[in-house]
Write a protein that binds this ligand. Structure first.
Ligand code: THU
Length: 137
């Protein structure tokens, strides 16, 4: 699957976002090593803290279906329906990625709208991240 296609799926997933509090719609599309794609959106809550980001929704869907290895994720977010503003994953989502992804190999595509996007490795967004190897020393 091409990065461009993954970004389009993330943008489309914004349509399912449940955002009565922020109005900030985020969509994600996660490519597993199996080649299957798992989409996600943000799901907010009246108590605020149970809110789940689009990226974690996609990861938890995939992991709960048995996936353990991932190649890339595309993220698209924005306040308005059709506008994608750069939306880099929050710190909690980066840590969830750290659990399942190779920091130097896993790619994060952040939509800038109009088919444009920026590409980061997980290591760029979470330098010196804490992960499984730290516990196995
Ligand atoms: N949000 C995401 O879903 N992903 C991100 O990468 C950043 C933030 C959500 C959480 C909340 O529902 C809304 O965007 C505003 O923070």
């Amino acid at each position: 699957m091409l990065a461009e296609e993954l970004v389009k799926l993330a943008e489309a997933s914004r349509g399912n976002a449940y955002v009565p509090y922020s109005g900030f719609r985020v969509g994600a599309a996660l490519l597993a090593a199996s080649e299957k794609v798992y989409t996600g959106c943000n799901i907010e809550n009246a108590a605020y803290s149970p809110t789940n980001c689009a990226e974690r929704t996609a990861f938890f869907k995939a992991v709960s279906e048995g996936e353990r290895e991932f190649t890339a994720i595309a993220v698209a977010g924005g306040k308005y329906e059709k506008v994608n503003e750069p939306c880099t994953p929050c710190g909690v989502c980066r840590q969830v990625m750290m659990e399942f992804c190779d920091p130097d190999g896993f790619l994060i595509y952040v939509s800038r709208g109009g088919g444009m996007f920026d590409t980061f490795t997980l290591a760029e967004l979470l330098p010196k991240g804490f992960g499984k190897p730290n516990l196995n020393k």
